[in-house]
Design a protein. Sequence first.
Length: 429
Amino acid sequence: MSKSLQAIRGMNDILPEQTPLWRYFEGTVARLLDNYGYKQIRMPIVEFTELFKRSIGEVTDIVEKEMYTFEDRNGDSLTLRPEGTAACVRAVLEHGITGGGQVQKLWYIGPMFRHERPQKGRYRQFHQIGLEVFNLDGPDIDAELIIMTWRLWGELGIRDAVKLELNSLGTSESRSRYREALVEYLSAHHDKLDEDSQRRLKTNPLRVLDTKNADTQAVLVDAPKMADYLDDESRAHFEGLKARLDAVGIPYVLNPKLVRGLDYYSKTVFEWVTDKLGAQGTVCAGGRYDGLVEQMGGKPTPGVGFAMGIERLVLMLETLEQIPQEISRQVDVYLCAFGEEAELAGLALAERVRDELPNLRLQVNAGAGSFKSQFKKADKSGALYALILGDDEMAQQVVGFKPLRGQGEQQSIAWDALAAHLATCVVQG
Ligand code: HAM
């Protein structure tokens, strides 16, 4: 195929054989979020560029080098959203739904865009399910977010393969005191830092903690520790969170170097990581951002949230072979009809059955075909049963009912009794 007709590198089609697993995953998360009282919000995929610069931070990888930014026909600078938090904050502010301390527990799902180097688990268009909670400032809600994801991993059968890393960045006051101490220490070791860290030291020093460079990591061993700079409020918040996780029995690892790649965080930050996916091991990440709403022009409004990468979690389900059997079957019953008259009767019969069993997955053969070819299609569809309408069945106003996957002989069922019969043998989704 000519190059222009290929998908953009790092932007993937999700093919029909993959969508059942995506829908299973998305459905499981959506049900869980409903059950915990979260409501869905849908934001546009494109926003003014300024929104992301102001919220994510000018000196972050995302804003500096990963955004898909373009000028539209009005000359406005627009950006394909690289994440959901900024747009969600914009939306709640614009519609005033967090005013007067109103609590909002919101979730969203959809594609995000970052111009990163594509590799397994890292794409340029990827999908997140994220959630954001506004106007609750206690550690109880931070704990709820984590407890919910813990439950999700359990439901998906991947709990043993993920690990929770936790840190507190403190309030902005304690973070700036820490930043000062860190800058002072790192400046004294400037020559031993890698080039990128030397640059970050000037622009965004906390991100030096994130370095993969071994020499810089060695320098960091004796660097001031964030935990020592937490003020009483941040410390109490973090202790409150840990106590709740302990109460529920959720294991975690404290990672003082966890700073996250977006600038809006304060206090709690966390990441769920796995070693099953190679280099791109973070499947879900987030934290508290108590200063963000104000920074974006709203009244002081505490916020906390996270987002999970759907591609990475789907990959994990595949890698760990945690794919429920029933999701691969998309057809319960396949109706084969032979001859014009049978085809017409079959169509009408199928609609009558659908009236009575709206959840039945009933596929009617299209494209006619011989007995053999229709049967082959019925079998390939994965259906549990074939319904057969030929000359004999038409004469007797019955339909042949043939189990395709197991024991049992073909039987004849009267048209009027068909729906009731199917209801007894097919467990409907
Ligand atoms: P993030 O850590 O940038 O946070 O992304 C969250 C998750 O999205 C990652 O843990 C990963 O699973 C997935 N992800 C990120 N980039 C890619 C990529 N290029 N390819 C595939 N998956 C990816 C945020 O986006 C924050 N908005 C999360 C948040 C919400 N914090 C508070 N509220």
